[in-house]
Design a protein. Structure first.
Length: 254
């Protein structure tokens, strides 16, 4: 016969086993539930933005413009590297990671580059689901060029002019702007982007040409009688140049 003391020990041992099994099952269920939750919400948790890398072999540096919903005020200050350095913002306010409202002014995000070499490579890579709602252009004031970042990854070579701290900037148009006068599908850029004069098809001479800003407000109108349209002085940003009757249009970036 088993004594009452041995029965009590066996009962306690069995109770501990039941408790351990219950705890293990609870942990397993919690882990499984968290995994399902993370998987179901993986799209909403994915970070969206633009990664910008500048390379002057073997030196390189990078920044990240965070365009994820709710990240407008994200700001991580930038510390200079011994070699090449890139930052979002100006000489006064420089960031390694930043939300749009922190570094953008009138649709423009300055890129601050220091100690670039004679020949450099800039790599711009879009990531995340929110990027389809943005049209982004890289503006090079030194060469008077504007590059459309219409694909997921873009590489641009550039030679340093000794001071590139305020040479480059990003021009950003968001489809979330309800007052936008033109859709992001308008990919055609009026050439040349930084000239004060645009060539007009002789067949369109004498027809009215209107220029609208990103809020849909007409800022200029003319009827050129020749093959050239002299542009007025416009603040930096996005505009739409529209031919009479909206039969033709193009995106004007200043």
């Amino acid at each position: 016969m088993i004594s009452s003391g041995i029965k009590a020990v066996l009962f306690q041992e069995n109770s501990r086993k039941v408790i351990c099994r219950t705890i293990l099952f609870g942990l397993f269920f919690l882990t499984f539930s968290l995994r399902l939750f993370a998987q179901a919400n993986s799209d909403s948790l994915e970070i969206s933005g633009l990664r910008i890398l500048v390379v002057n072999s073997p030196r390189q540096d990078e920044v990240f413009l965070d365009l994820s919903p709710g990240h407008d005020t994200v700001a991580v200050s930038k510390l200079d590297n011994p070699g090449i350095t890139i930052a979002l913002g100006t000489n006064l306010h420089r960031y390694a990671i930043a939300g749009l409202s922190v570094v953008q002014e009138a649709g423009i995000v300055p890129l601050n580059i220091k100690r670039a070499g004679s020949l450099n490579l800039m790599k711009l890579k879009k990531t995340g689901p929110e990027m389809e709602f943005y049209a982004i252009f890289l503006k090079d004031d030194a060469l008077g060029e504007i590059y459309s970042l219409s694909i997921d990854s873009t590489e641009i070579e550039f030679a340093s002019f000794g001071n590139d701290s305020d040479r480059f900037s990003l021009l950003i148009q968001s489809s979330a702007t309800k007052a936008a006068a033109f859709p992001l599908s308008s990919k055609q850029i009026c050439p040349p982007p930084l000239s004060s004069q645009i060539k007009i098809d002789p067949m369109d001479a004498g027809k009215e040409i209107d220029i609208y800003n990103a809020k849909g407000i007409k800022v200029y109108s003319a009827k050129p009688d020749s093959g050239n349209l002299n542009l007025p002085t416009l603040a930096p940003g996005f505009y739409q140049l529209v031919l009479e009757g909206r039969k033709k249009s193009c995106l004007l970036v200043r």
